[in-house]
Design a protein around this ligand. Structure first.
Ligand code: CP
Length: 326
């Protein structure tokens, strides 16, 4: 059965029978077809909302709870906007002011919010697997908004969407993720998604943050940004996640910036049409200099806008699949 979404002014394509996912927990488990469904739905919803600005009512009557146990600027606000752009109500759960401090467990907290007739829960948590655990304990859709260093599937998809918009295809492109690969959920989700769409992926950074073991996942490992730059179609510059590290992985931030920061000198070695991306938040002067972050090759703010499109698609597809199962 295909479920078509109609709005007073626009018709959104029916959710294809091949999309059977009530939850979005990571890109590792998704097929190429699932990833393309997410991508094409995001592109369609971005167009149907005038570039993520206008409102539709395809999620009218539904409620989306934002459950963030870690800080966020981009993901939290864009999920919230995505839900409201599609006509859903939102619940903004705040861990710091919740009854977690009185001893309530994560599962009891989720069940409590679900009992307020919530259709989807967007979960960010520092513990890998938390969204998976909740998906086994509640009936509503669970969308992973970042679980520790494990996965950040909507970030991976919005990065893919941004490249797709600029290049029309991922097939055959060389995409490098630079920086803190070990602790990056963004790197993992990008790797799963990019590989399935035919991109060549390079992970680049100091050996303390980029192990040779990554080659097992079919990606190229490099410890020299200068060596790989001329081959890259896309550079995705990751923040060093000091908050997840027990020891400092390099002698100084200054040394890291010298070896792995993208700057004007390195831009001169890059392809003329290179795309400069960053999941954010960016640390200016560390992984990227301000002139590059704000320069003509940067699509960092396009990534932010596409975050709304991808999150609209994820909410639409997962809640429709949940409804389909009855
Ligand atoms: N990229 C990203 O996840 O940003 P936030 O932490 O601001 O959500």
């Amino acid at each position: 059965m295909k479920v078509a979404a109609t709005d007073s002014a626009v018709n959104i394509s029916p959710v294809p029978d091949t999309w059977q996912r009530r939850h979005l927990l990571g890109l590792e488990a998704l097929s190429k077809e699932d990833i393309l469904t997410l991508l094409h739905t995001a592109v369609e919803l971005k167009a149907a909302t005038g570039g993520c600005k206008d409102k539709l009512s395809i999620l009218s009557g539904k409620t989306v709870a934002n459950m963030f146990f870690e800080n966020s600027t981009r993901t939290r606000n864009s999920f919230s906007l995505a839900a409201r752009r599609l006509g859903a109500d939102t619940v903004e759960f705040s861990a710091s002011s919740s009854s977690l401090s009185k001893g309530e467990t994560l599962i009891d907290t989720a069940k409590t919010i679900e009992a307020m007739n919530v259709d989807a829960m967007v979960v960010r948590h520092s513990t890998p697997g938390s969204p998976h655990l909740l998906s086994q304990n509640v009936g509503c859709s669970i969308l992973n908004a970042g679980d520790g260093p494990h996965e950040h599937p909507t970030q991976g998809m919005l990065d893919i969407m941004t490249i797709y918009e600029q290049r029309g295809s991922l097939e055959g492109l060389t995409v490098a993720m630079v920086g803190d690969i070990t602790y990056s959920r963004t790197a993992r989700s990008n790797i799963w998604g990019l590989k399935k769409l035919g991109a060549h992926v390079i992970v680049c950074g100091p050996s303390t943050l980029v192990s040779k073991a990554w080659e097992e996942f079919g990606v190229e490992v490099s410890h020299s940004l200068d060596d790989i730059i001329p081959r890259c179609d896309v550079l995705n510059l990751l923040r060093i996640q000091f908050e997840r590290q027990y020891t400092r992985p390099f002698p100084s931030v200054r040394e890291y910036a010298f070896l792995y920061g993208m700057n004007k000198r390195r831009m001169e070695q890059a392809k003329d049409d290179i795309l400069i991306m960053a999941p954010g938040p960016i640390n200016r002067g560390v992984e990227i200099t301000p002139d590059v972050a704000d320069g003509p090759h940067s699509v960092i703010l396009h990534q932010v806008t596409n975050g709304i499109a991808v999150r609209m698609a994820a909410l639409y597809l997962t809640t429709t699949a949940n409804q389909r199962e009855g």
